[in-house]
Design a protein around this ligand. Structure first.
Ligand code: UQ1
Length: 454
């Protein structure tokens, strides 16, 4: 076929494509990823990432701006509800309960490009993708989340690949099922749990799985044969004193050894040995033999983002103003969720509380108006302390409690456990991803009338 016979055909195909349904276009896009090499796309708002923050904002923005004004770049075909991973580790939920297809959770009014962002260029307002596309935007929302760097710890990926092995990790859907297997298989010796020396998502999760494991061992009558050690790189058990004061008596009562400032640097799978460094004196190393090892990987923003030095701060996260969540240098760039450099705890609840702020400020910026909305740093962490109890930590940038319910939330409660296990997934799928959940601020204000004497 010559170029001239090809052209009308291509034009007809393009017209046909434009009238196709969303799912048909999706399929076409997947099939034709290589054919669309070097395509140029344009949009009013580009959302990079289809996680909790990306979905919520794509829903809000596309419903306000109209069909096809928003493009979402996201390579994954599954969207995981990651807060469920600790419960899966404890055998309370199954992996199949934790995901939906990406096509189902992304808003129909937005265009989904199923590719990864590989290059950000905020000077030319473009992002390049793995399929060779260049997308030009008026506004950019960075919602990439974090990258799990299991490969940064020598021996760890090897250990995690051993069938029926002794090393596991709740942080990845690839490894989360190994956790309950480890809890079942261990019969005695040391169960070691880690927390890395990098920012992590859900900073409470590495110790939630410790409490769940301890309770599980007791339920099975093997607790007396197992030593439980929590080796954390942090100098504290929990960053908010109000809740740390509640957690210390729990670890003491349940005979869990907590070693602070200990960082996992190597795993020797052949010998079942974990190597730790003392962060206060890095020449000091400890080799510890494990009967099971729960490893939390170091995490960072994705490489594509950290390569773009203009966008990130010294810690490697998007350099935004912590109140408006607008980039400090590029006024048409915002961030939401775990990739943001704002100094809040990285949790789904933080992304929920950020979502109305980012949405209203992005719309204001699009309309050339001043940004009025302020994020207070709200984060929430339902600290699962076993098979029927949760301490619901909620706090803001100042690390002071900012609690929703008119009860003492620093106590272990069954009601909060049910909220975490049964109510939160519903709230997440039905309200948060559709852009209708703005965090609990409204509920907190309504319930504040009952807070006398709290
Ligand atoms: C929350 O907003 C949220 O995001 C959807 C979570 O993640 C799943 C949470 O775990 C919690 C606790 C909140 C806060 C909500 C309430 C009702 C306190």
């Amino acid at each position: 076929m010559t170029f001239y016979t090809c052209l009308p055909l291509a034009l007809r195909q393009a017209k046909l494509l434009a009238t196709r349904s969303f799912s048909e276009r999706l399929l076409h896009r997947n099939l034709s990823a290589s054919q669309t090499l070097n395509d140029k796309h344009e949009c009013q708002v580009l959302v990079v990432g289809g996680g909790a923050g990306g979905c919520a904002l794509a829903a809000k923005l596309s419903s306000r701006l109209g069909r096809n004004k928003v493009i979402v770049v996201e390579p994954a075909d599954k969207h995981y509800y990651q807060p469920m991973f600790t419960l899966i580790g404890g055998g309370m939920k199954r992996l199949e309960h934790s995901y939906k297809s990406m096509a189902e959770v992304l808003p129909k009014k937005a265009k989904w490009l199923q590719e990864a962002a590989v290059e950000f260029d905020p000077e030319s307002n473009t992002v390049k993708t793995s399929g060779g596309n260049t997308i030009k935007y008026d506004m950019l929302l960075i919602a990439t989340g974090l990258q799990l760097n299991y490969n940064k710890i020598p021996g760890l990926e090897e250990a995690l690949a051993i069938p029926n092995g002794k090393v596991c990790s709740i942080y990845s859907p690839k490894y989360v099922d190994r956790v309950f297997d480890c809890l079942r298989n261990i019969q005695g010796g040391d169960a070691i749990f880690t927390y890395p020396s990098s920012p992590v998502k859900c900073p409470g999760a590495p110790q939630k799985i410790v409490y769940i494991a301890e309770h599980y061992f007791r339920k099975l009558g093997k607790r007396n044969d197992i030593n439980i050690k929590y080796n954390t790189a942090l100098p504290v058990l929990f960053g908010v004193k109000h809740y740390a004061d509640a957690l210390w008596p729990i670890v003491k009562k349940r005979n869990i050894t907590v070693n602070t400032r200990r960082n996992l640097i190597e795993v020797k799978p052949g010998q079942d040995i974990a190597v730790f460094e003392n962060l206060d004196n890095p020449s000091e190393r400890f080799e510890e033999k494990y009967s099971m090892l729960h490893a939390v990987p170091p995490m960072s923003a994705p490489d594509a983002l950290t390569r773009c030095k203009q966008l990130i701060n010294e810690a490697g996260f998007v350099d935004v103003d912590q109140s408006t969540l607008q980039h400090k240098k590029y006024q048409n760039v915002f961030a939401i969720g775990d990739s943001s450099g704002s100094p809040n705890s990285k949790t789904a609840a933080s992304a929920a509380a950020q979502s109305p702020v980012v949405f209203r400020n992005m719309i204001a910026a699009l309309e050339g108006k001043p940004l009025k909305d302020i994020y207070d740093g709200y984060a929430s962490c339902p600290l699962v302390t076993g098979y029927n109890s949760v301490i619901l930590a909620e706090f803001d940038y100042s690390l002071t409690p900012l609690e929703t319910f008119p009860v003492a939330q620093n106590k272990e409660r069954y009601s909060m456990f049910i909220m975490k296990k049964d109510f939160m997934p519903l709230l997440y799928w039905k309200l948060m991803l559709t852009g209708h959940w703005n965090g609990p601020a409204l509920m907190r204000n309504l319930l504040s009338v009952f807070k006398f004497g709290k």
